[in-house]
Ligand binder design. Structure first.
Ligand SMILES: Nc1nc2c(ncn2[C@@H]2O[C@H](COP(=O)(O)OP(=O)(O)OP(=O)(O)O)[C@@H](O)[C@H]2O)c(=O)[nH]1
Length: 517
């Protein structure tokens, strides 16, 4: 194991932590954006559903008031007939064809802007009198649904017709009709009040333009016969809409606001793409009519799309800023780590340098002082490196330095420090070594490891080391004294002939081992 690997692995681990934290933050941003987007969408949908429900409520109320008003006129004309106490078909025909009744119809129609026409019809379907002109032109309404129905049904209720085109101006209208009975409840004819669908479609147009393209507003008779709609579609007026979504919305409305969301394509007209829609239908209070509004999701959620895309851009920017920040943080951290590493390590051997060693030695001495323990240092100087350089070249010398560094590390524990403090000078700090014997034993382990041949890519070189041993507190109470003692011991070992070990103030120990080696 080398020092450089330790340092690199620390930096790599911390870099991974920084990167991991950034990724976690980015994921939190994304989750936050998704949750916020979802909540915003839900709130927007709820708000818009309430708005749509309110819109159909207002439309239903508007319809109710118009129909009520038309009905009131119809009943008031009926009252005039009742008061006249008409017995039979003949007297009814005379009464209804009278100019006085024309004036009545004209006045009733003019006084109420929602009415297009009011009419007396005979038992054969012939128009007897109507508000537009007097005398009435030859028109027969015997084929109209209200005539067919009321002729055969003795009902006092108002009949609401399907929409028909006005035979005069071609406009779509529908009629409110009441049956006129004779003395014995026989069918004498009808009273009609005509309402142009424009009364509704003008308002729908204004609202529809606010809702936006793709939306629609509709008015149906109770049996889902279309009376009018926005956008206006001539071909659909009078047709029965069989789509079950109307029923679903109406059923839903019994418990909630009646708004339903659907992907159904059932509402799409020819040539329009199927899109998710939100729909709301309502029955008109007291009258057999249904109003509805349909809005495509794109419009419905347009605010959400706008806010959502803003949020998305903000999140994307945050993530971008986060990663740019992380990149700069990592670069700075790596550069600092590298500077820090180089300030404390030898470039060639990757071992701690003098600065780092001094630091560790001071700390180790302080710890020993506290715990009243001993430690040892070895001062190691390679023998004859100059000769190796001179003979084999500086590169070979570098290789020798690198190799002996690795061998020294292999001889020691991770807790020991090997430092290169000069050209061919190394020191070893043995914090856990309290006795001279152990220190000498380790010095010998190193000495013998270093004398093994070093492969130079074909040729082999041998080197050796002179080692001085000093112990705290015996040979120095501070780092300088201790280093000095070890240096002195090393010098003596070298003077003795090199490849030797000397404990400060003791006899040369290397002689013993040299014999063995
Ligand atoms: N290749 C190489 N040589 C170096 C490096 N640092 C120092 N040296 C050389 O190592 C030699 C150290 O010289 P000395 O310690 O005086 O002498 P020596 O040859 O080791 O002999 P003794 O120490 O007396 O046994 C010098 O020639 C330096 O140029 C280095 O990083 N690489």
């Amino acid at each position: 194991m080398t020092i450089s690997f330790e340092a690199d692995s620390n930096v790599r681990r911390n870099s991974r932590l920084i990167l991991g934290a950034s990724i976690v933050l980015a994921i939190i941003f994304v989750i936050n954006a998704v949750i916020s987007g979802y909540l915003l969408r839900r709130n927007t949908m709820e708000d818009r559903a309430d708005q749509l429900a309110t819109l159909t409520l207002i439309l239903a109320e508007h319809t109710s008031q118009i129909i009520f008003s038309a009905n009131t006129v119809l009943k008031s004309i009926d009252d005039v007939v009742v008061v006249a106490k008409i017995d039979n078909e003949k007297s009814y025909r005379e009464f209804a064809s009278n100019k006085k009744q024309f004036e009545l119809l004209e006045e009733k129609t003019k006084s109420n802007p929602i009415l297009d026409v009011t009419t007396f019809v005979g038992d054969d379907g012939k128009v007897l009198n109507f508000s537009r002109s007097y005398p009435a032109p030859e028109i027969n309404l015997a084929d109209r649904d209200y005539f067919i129905y009321l002729k055969d049904h003795n009902s006092p209720d108002t009949f609401y017709s399907v929409p028909v085109r006005n035979k005069g101006n071609g406009k779509w209208m529908f009629y409110l009709a009441r049956r006129v009975n004779g003395k014995h409840n026989e069918f004498l004819g009808l009273i009609l009040v005509g309402v142009s669908v424009e009364v509704f479609s003008t308002l729908y147009e204004r609202i529809g333009e606010n809702l936006g393209n793709g939306s629609s507003i509709t008015l149906y008779r109770g049996d889902k016969t279309l009376l009018t709609r926005w956008p206006f579609a001539d071909d659909l007026i009078g047709k029965v809409n069989t789509n079950t979504l109307i029923e679903q919305s109406l059923a839903e409305g019994e418990n909630s606001n009646g708004v339903i969301f659907t992907d159904s394509t059932g509402f799409t007209r020819q040539n329009t793409a199927p899109v998710p829609r939100v729909i709301s239908y309502r029955r008109v209070t007291d009258f057999p009519f249904i109003v509805g509004a349909v809005v495509p999701e794109t419009l419905y959620l347009s605010k959400w799309y706008k806010n959502g895309s803003g949020g998305l851009v903000a999140s994307a920017l945050s993530i971008l800023v986060l990663f740019i920040g992380t990149y700069f943080l990592l670069t700075t951290y790596r550069r600092n780590a590298e500077n820090e590493y180089h300030a404390h390590h030898d470039v060639l051997t990757k071992l701690p340098n003098r600065t780092l060693f001094s630091d560790r030695l001071s700390n180790a001495i302080a710890a020993c002082k506290r715990n009243q323990e001993a430690l040892a240092i070895l001062f190691i100087d390679l023998d004859n490196l100059k000769t190796i350089n001179d003979i084999h070249g500086h590169t070979a010398g570098d290789l020798v330095l690198t190799e002996v560094s690795a061998r020294m590390r292999q001889c020691l524990r991770d807790s020991d420090t090997v430092a290169r403090i000069g050209g061919d000078e190394f020191v070893v700090l043995l914090p856990g070594v309290g006795t001279e014997e152990t220190a000498v034993m380790l010095a010998e382990k190193i000495r013998t490891a270093l004398i093994l041949p070093i492969d130079l890519g074909g040729s082999a070189i041998t080197t050796s080391a002179s080692i001085g041993v000093a112990l705290y507190p015996a040979h120095g109470l501070n780092d300088a004294d201790l280093m000095n003692s070890a240096d002195v011991a090393m010098y003596e070992a070298k003077s003795s002939g090199r490849n030797a070990i000397k404990v400060y103030g003791k006899d040369l120990v290397a002689n013993i081992f040299r014999d063995i080696s």
